[in-house]
Ligand binder design. Structure first.
Ligand code: ARG
Ligand code: ZN
Length: 873
């Protein structure tokens, strides 16, 4: 069942051209495909023609104009095999498919009233017979016909070349894509849609039509995506020299979508949550997500489409690189340090947890059962970190030369990770052979650092030891090439000049850790410095250094690296919270570390001008991040410790929080721009602390903010605090009113569902059950499932891990049902249940019992692969 990278073979046939003729119908869509096939002369002679096809009803098959006899071909186990074929020929197949019953949302399916497609990774085989693999690049011509009234808009990749009316109220449009592409980039849309239109003039002066197609009620939510699209196009020209290539670029918003969005050539299809944004209904975070995802999909036009992947093992070649590109874009458009903080926080909680669990895999996996299970944080986010390290190693200018070389050399090709790294190596003349281990080895490397100051010799010795723990199927790990950006902060708070091996390196340098252990001796150090290590998070590793609380407070105040100032604060908070966890476990009275209170007081009263970063620095590490610090996780103690700390900080610093809350009330009109976003973020962080006290004055403030807000960011922040209050009456009325006034808007309702089930109090599970019975809940809509079930299991740790095991049971029930409806979503949702190993033993048993229960079902490959890994661990 598993597929191995080492078994890769070039395709036996190329497809020079495909003509598709799609007659849309809810239950009986007819697809006629005409393939111009040619034998690959690099493969052995006489190979049969084998095409993928899943769930297709074959109506007709003709080779070179002649119908094939039933004995000439076979269609079984999702493969169509024609044993004897010439070297070059035309194959026509006619099939019937049932989009309206396609709940997997792969291939052609219906979302509300519209038809749409999702072909990556292997959805095209659900539309027609084809060599469904990314290394077969083909020119597509697509004729779509449908009922004109219900589906006036018919879209596909490339340019429209013909349209016309037919009998019975039907019409057709024909699209031609001049760029050969793998079939996973095919897209088709049919619906009653309206567009916001604009144009973009490329750097060479070509005018490109831009269109964002949505259901009519969403027309007012497209402006931000359009702005983001134009900004992306300009940014890719300026930063990477990449120009758009077609005359038209379209985005379509759909409500039912398994992932965030899809980069189909010239016709991106988006989850509506990643494209629609308007101040009254979407938060600042949503605006930023839209900008990031629009950029991401647009950037794929080069990193993904013009240069695609040879096989799905290379997925990170396009995804890691494109995430790196979208991260840089967002950093340029917004607060760069905050973007980095957010990305690293996510990596260090969610990706590190993946590395430490049963589904750990390398950035380039060497085998899989279901490729859809590999659209992971490791492929995307760790993959981006690996590209970031290469960019760091090369420096801005040479990295640009290397990407130029990559795009030029492989334009129109299906490439590999080696091809990409070879361009880095060629331009820089650096040796990347050890670096390649980042692609092969799973797991999070850990660096243990220690320092020794010798006052007499005036030296500071920094010793770095690296070790990567074993992961399933990969017991032994070799040392990685790890770039450690660092400085030494002197007693006066300034970076000291670094002298290493007789060389003057300035005040900051990158150490290249290549061995299991290395010592770096810095000379001419007069007084004991505090090392600032892994600045900017220069490598995706865990770094341990035995900092004192005083040293951390010092770095928080003085480190010249903004990221490390934040990280020092996080470390100080982790120490304080771990201390509370110990007190809770020992049944001792709780007391919050005064050092954390003082550090927070300094932040609140300091002259930090970057409010966005200040808000980040005021935030305590999440429960998920705290859990990452333990082999065995005490979910309840962590939750209790964090809640206690929030309340203790609020009690000690009430006046400061209140003052900052008031100072950051906006004057003037709302806009989703950086300064205001920072202000709102800071203000609402302060309100969050104040509400930890649930005192009358704060309740009144929060209610006022809920009632008077003119934007969703402020309103939702207030609503969440009321809904999460100890006193359940506080949230009741606001939730009712909010739910009523937004009943027409599914994206806002998703938030309404989420914030009720992320309530930390013990009644959350009952609320979840009640909301699952709400008429607006449906297991068929992935956004709704994520908003309700996903939010509960992912963000409400104490309640998911309830001691009676009911959280686990509910998740298993849902997963069993989703296994039939939507395997991809089922396999994703189950992940928290697979991480049983780090829980206490009673919980382990309950979690495994639910995994066993799921295993009794007839499982999709998606779920099968995950459950087997989870139970084998
Ligand atoms: N290539 C898309 C993106 O990252 C993701 C699509 C993945 N879809 C899937 N069903 N696995 O932009
Ligand atoms: Zn992508």
């Amino acid at each position: 069942q598993a597929i191995y990278l080492k078994d890769y073979q070039a395709p036996a046939f190329w497809v020079d051209q495909v003509k598709l003729d799609v007659a849309l119908d809810d239950h009986q869509t007819r697809v006629i495909s005409t393939l111009s096939l040619r034998r690959n002369d690099q493969r052995e002679a006489g190979l049969p023609l084998v095409l993928n096809g899943q769930g297709l009803t074959l109506k007709r098959i003709e080779l070179a104009g002649q119908p094939l006899a039933e004995t000439d071909y076979q269609y079984q186990e999702d493969l169509l095999t024609v044993a004897r074929v010439p070297d070059q020929f035309t194959l026509v197949t006619e099939v019937e498919i049932d989009p309206a019953n396609n709940t997997a949302l792969e291939g052609l399916y219906k979302s509300n009233t519209m038809f749409c497609t999702q072909c990556e990774a292997e959805g095209f085989r659900r539309i027609t017979f084809f060599p469904d693999r990314p290394d077969v690049l083909t020119r597509f011509t697509t004729r779509i016909e449908a009922d004109q009234q219900r589906f006036p808009i018919l879209l596909s990749n490339g340019n429209p070349i013909e349209r016309g009316e037919l009998d019975n109220g039907r019409h057709f449009v024909t699209w031609e894509d001049p760029f050969p592409k793998p079939c996973y980039l095919f897209a088709l849309v049919g619906g009653n849609l309206q567009a916001v239109k604009d144009t973009f003039t490329t750097m060479s002066g070509r005018e490109v039509a831009l269109e964002i197609w949505v259901e009519p009620e969403n027309l007012h939510k497209c402006d931000h995506a359009m702005r983001s699209l134009k900004a992306s196009m300009r940014w890719d020209e300026q930063t990477y020299g990449r120009e758009y290539d077609l005359d038209i670029f379209m985005i379509v918003a759909v409500n039912d979508f398994n992932m965030g969005a899809m980069e189909n050539k010239g016709l991106n299809i988006f989850n509506s949550a990643c494209v629609l944004a308007e101040p009254k209904s979407e938060t600042d975070a949503a605006f930023q997500r839209v900008e990031g995802v629009v950029g991401h999909e647009y950037f794929h036009n080069w990193s993904g489409n013009r240069v695609t992947c040879r096989d799905w093992f290379q997925l990170s070649l396009k995804e890691g690189f494109t995430v790196y590109r979208d991260q840089s874009f967002s950093a340029d458009m917004n607060s760069a340090p905050v973007k980095r903080i957010e990305d690293v926080a996510m990596l260090r909680t969610a990706q590190f947890a993946e590395d430490a669990g049963p589904t750990a895999h390398p950035v380039r996996p060497d085998h899989y059962i279901e490729i859809n299970n590999f659209y992971t944080l490791t492929i995307y986010e760790k993959g981006a970190e690996v590209v970031r390290m290469m960019a760091e190693l090369l420096g801005r200018e040479r990295f640009r030369q290397a990407t130029d070389l990559y795009f030029e050399r492989h334009d129109g090709e299906a490439a590999t990770v080696e091809d990409f790294v070879a361009c880095m190596a060629e331009v820089s003349e650096l040796d990347f052979s050890q670096f390649m281990r980042w692609y092969h080895q799973a797991g999070t490397p850990k660096i243990e650092a220690s320092g020794h100051f010798d006052a007499d010799a005036r030296t500071y010795q920094l010793t770095l030891r690296q070790h990567t723990p074993a992961t399933p199927g990969q017991a032994d790990k070799l040392p990685l090439h790890i770039p450690v950006r660092m400085g030494l902060v002197g007693p006066n708070g300034h970076d000291l000049p670094l002298e290493l091996n007789g060389e003057q390196l300035g005040t900051e340098t990158v150490l290249h850790l290549r061995e299991a252990e290395q010592t770096f001796t810095f000379h001419n150090i007069a007084a004991e410095p505090v090392p600032s290590l892994l600045r900017g998070f220069s490598a995706p590793v865990k770094l341990a250094f035995d900092y004192s609380r005083e040293q951390l407070a010092f770095l928080m105040a003085h480190d010249s690296d903004g990221f490390n100032r934040w990280d020092a604060g996080q470390r100080l908070a982790v120490l304080a919270l771990q201390h509370l966890v110990n007190q809770i476990q020992a049944n001792e009275p709780l007391q919050l570390d005064p050092a954390l209170i003082e550090a927070t007081r300094t932040l609140l009263n300091g002259e930090m001008t970057d409010k966005a970063v200040l808000a980040e620095m005021l935030r305590l590490p999440s429960e998920a991040y705290l859990a990452e610090q333990y082999e065995q996780v005490d979910v309840d103690a962590i939750h209790k410790a964090r809640s206690f700390a929030r309340k203790a900080l609020a009690d000690a610093l009430y006046d400061d929080f209140l003052r900052l809350y008031k100072v950051n009330q906006r004057v003037g009109d709302y806009a989703p721009e950086a300064n205001q976003i920072a202000e709102r973020s800071l203000k609402n962080t302060c309100l969050g602390y104040l509400m930890a006290r649930e005192d009358e004055a704060t309740i009144a403030l929060t209610q006022e903010q809920f009632n008077c807000a003119d934007n969703m960011t402020d309103q939702r922040a207030a609503l969440t605090l009321l809904a999460h209050a100890e006193d359940p009456r506080l949230g009741a009325e606001p939730l009712r009113r909010f739910g009523e006034s937004w009943a027409h808007d599914p994206l806002v309702m998703d938030q309404w569902f989420s914030l009720q089930v992320t309530r930390p109090q013990a009644d959350a599970l009952d609320r979840l059950k009640m909301l699952m019975a709400h008429p607006a809940f449906s297991l068929k809509n992935p956004n709704r499932v994520r908003a309700l079930i996903g939010a509960f299991v992912g963000q409400n740790r104490v309640n998911f891990h309830r001691q009676d095991g009911q959280g686990y049971q509910l998740l298993a029930d849902v997963v069993i049902e989703l296994n039939r409806l939507n395997p991809q979503i089922a396999a994703r949702l189950v992940i928290p249940l697979t991480r049983w190993k780090r829980m206490t033993s009673e919980r382990q048993d309950m979690m495994k019992a639910q995994l066993e229960r799921i295993r009794q079902e007839s499982l999709s490959p998606d779920l099968f692969e995950i459950i087997e890994k989870a139970l084998a661990a």
